[in-house]
Write a protein that binds this ligand. Sequence first.
Ligand code: SAM
Length: 330
Amino acid sequence: MLDPFGRSITYLRVSVTDRCDFRCVYCMTEDMAFLPKAEVLTLEELDRAASAFVRLGVRKLRLTGGEPLVRRNVMSLVRSLGRHLGTGALDELTITTNGSQLAKYAGELKSAGMQRINVSLDTLDPEKFTAITRWGKLPQVMEGLQAAKAAGLAVKINAVALKGVNDGEFDNLIAWCGDQGFDLVLIEVMPMGELGETARLEQYLPLSAVRARLKEKWTLDETDYRTGGPARYYTVRETGRRLGFITPLTHNFCESCNRVRLTCTGTLYMCLGQQDSADLRAPLRASETDAPLDRAIREAIARKPKGHDFVIDRRQATPAVPRHMSVTGG
Ligand code: SAM
């Protein structure tokens, strides 16, 4: 599938639930209203939708949320999608998780064909962890990470850079990831969903400055390693692990964007930072054959915008994108 700018769409991210067992301060409000179950696609419908994308040329699937591992029976979806790895139609099936349920599921994820996973972790300080996630407990995530390692899953830690919260911890995180054998990606906070925009402005930490500071302490060797995503990677010579930066605000990489995002209600977003979307639930439910679904997917890809225009500044009273990150899963 080619979009209007000649980009080949080979990566689908599927948010399997909008629910989460954490309430990270930059992601959700504490009293989020969640979707009624009837609006949410069943696991079978999610499988059918994702499989249509695979048939049309998607080579990589990532499950996200909300927290994907809190959706009831989610492993049946993971196992079922794993069949596309077996046939060679899919190169990679993976997940982004907060790690809270990994102790239970890491082995099953590996058995279903997953090789590497992303785990979101912004701090190694247990009190700060609970302050950021509101409801999370760090030891539970640490246990999950050890289970992932034991299961043979490669782990990449995603940490959102938050001014005045974890900006003193990046050296620690780099060293700890080195010890654990994990890669690390630092992410700029994005203006998604109403949080009170002064709060957002207070959280925003440009990574260009962080990278310059880290280079004083660590030897960051440039690499051309790419995962098809927006991260730019270095190898930390002292640890041998990769360190990536995702900088949608200081520098975006929309020109090489290869992805689209499906929500748990069957809404397809063609860009994380734009509102245009396509409803895939109606064609999915209207017919038992996939022709209307395939048509709706192709029409949506034909409208993929050139890029986003996130800004965070004092003149901006509302977020760039009104939906919260938990709708699309990042
Ligand atoms: N629950 C899973 C997790 O924690 O990874 C998957 C969903 S979560 C929405 C996906 C990623 O988005 C997490 O790494 C989270 O830190 C990040 N995220 C959420 N809101 C964000 C924001 N406003 N800006 C940047 N990253 C954000």
